[in-house]
Each structure stands twice: as C-alpha cells, then as structure tokens.
Design a protein around this ligand. Structure first.
Ligand SMILES: [Zn+2]
Length: 252
C-alpha cells in the first residue's frame, strides 16, 4: 500500500551500504520509521529530501508492517541550519525532544507545526536562539499535556509571584510558600512570567512576536528547559551537544 505524507526527518541511522533508516514526524500518521534505500549514493533522487531536519513530502510504501520511502520531495530544507553548527545543534535538540513526545499512528499536526515554525524562525527569520528555544520548550510541554498554571500565585492569587515550581508547574510568592520541602522552585521575574504567559496563550502564528532583554531571555530559557526536562523525565544528548558549542559563559 502506498500513501503520501508531509513530515520532518527527526533522526537518521545509517544502515547497510547505502541506506538510511529514518524517523519521520508526519502530519497524518505521527511518528513513522521508514527505510530509504540507496539514499547515500551520490545520485539518489531521495538524497536532499531525506536529510535530517528537512521538511519533505514523502511517498511511503508499506509491506508487512515495514515502510520504505518510494519518493520524496523537499518542501523546506532550512539551509541556514546546515551552515551554522550551533543552529544545527539546536535544531537537532528540537527533533530529539519531538521524538520523545510524538507517538506512532497518532497524528499530531500541532507538533509538526511547532517544530517547523521553530526551525523556520531559527533559519529564515534569524530570531535569537534562546527565544526560539524557550518558545519551543514551553509550547512542547503544553502539547505534551503539561501546560503550567501561570495566572497568579497559587496561594494568595497575587498576579506577580516570584517563584516557579518545576514539578507542579505553577507559580507562587516566596513568602506564601517556603522554599524548603519537595520540588525545585526557580526564581522568576515579572517580565519572564509575562513572556511565559504569552508563549502559552498566544496564537501559534505569533509565537515569536515578543522581546526580552538578554538577562531575562537567559532566565526564561533556564526555566523552560528545566521545566520540560522535569515534566518529560528525560534528558537530551543533543542539548548537551548544543551547549558544548556555545561560547564560554552562555550556559543555556
Ligand atoms: Zn502569594
């Protein structure tokens, strides 16, 4: 049986002499694994569309539960990601995180849209890396069912609390809730809280339409990263790799 689907290549494993096994996040079928035969040969027509972090239209053939790529046309190659190692590292982290959240046979067009929007923001719009990273992490947490409760202090209701609780996904004032006890609470400024509210509640088309100063972006990125990892109970080798590429001092 043949079927078509748009999708982004999340992972590739080299197999045999010239083949690749691809994990593809598709629009209609969720996460699929498909073999691309001969794709590593110089003149393979599948070559450009089957690269990591490429958005393509795939024609897949299913036989006895296994998929092979019959045809593939690139839709968006995010070229700038391939020219800057840092951007490629960050994009690879996005892909790995999507593969943890995505499921087989469960269409998740919002997830594909988030990934493609974030790769586009990095490659074509030239948005700051920390901004795109924060948006990706927090929206991914929301899509995975872990939307934080950000309307105000969970104890007194004050609109500008100064602590974010990573395991509970809520905010409170330091005075309302002592910093001892279970769970990790991170300091949060009002500017960062507003940015988190914006990211969680905005129209997906306007995800990157906000500005923060550098110090706030650093704090935002530390919080969204720690929150995503706490909620997914997962760490990411690609994130460690991305961080290893950053100049000394930029730890997030
Ligand atoms: Zn309070």
């Amino acid at each position: 049986m043949y079927f078509k689907s748009e999708g982004i290549v999340l992972r590739e494993v080299l197999i045999d002499e010239a083949d690749k096994l691809l994990d593809i996040l598709t629009k209609e079928h969720g996460l699929v694994t498909a073999k691309a035969r001969g794709v590593r040969r110089g003149r393979s027509p599948l070559k450009s569309a089957c690269q990591l972090l490429t958005y393509s239209e795939f024609t897949l053939f299913e036989y006895r539960g296994k998929l092979t790529v019959q045809e593939a046309q690139p839709i968006e190659q995010f070229r700038q990601l391939r020219e800057q190692l840092e951007l490629f590292g960050l994009g690879s982290y996005f892909a790995q995180a999507c593969s943890v959240v995505a499921q087989e046979d469960a269409p998740n067009p919002e997830l594909l849209s988030l990934l493609s929007n974030c790769l586009y923001a990095l490659s074509r719009l030239g948005k700051p890396q920390l901004l795109v990273k924060s948006v990706f992490e927090l929206r991914l947490a929301c899509l995975a069912g872990f939307a934080p409760e950000l309307t105000g202090c969970c104890v007194c209701g004050k609109p500008d609390p100064d602590r974010f609780d990573l395991s509970q996904g809520l905010v409170h004032c330091a005075a309302c809730h002592p910093d001892q006890g279970e769970g990790i609470r991170m300091p949060i400024t009002t500017a960062v809280l507003c940015a988190m509210q914006y990211i969680c509640w905005c129209d997906p088309k306007k995800l990157f339409s906000f500005k923060l100063d550098e110090a706030s972006l650093q704090q935002l990125s530390s919080i969204t990263e720690a929150y995503l990892m706490t909620q997914l109970e997962h760490s990411f080798s690609t994130l460690d790799f991305y961080k290893s590429l950053l100049p000394y001092g930029e730890t997030t």
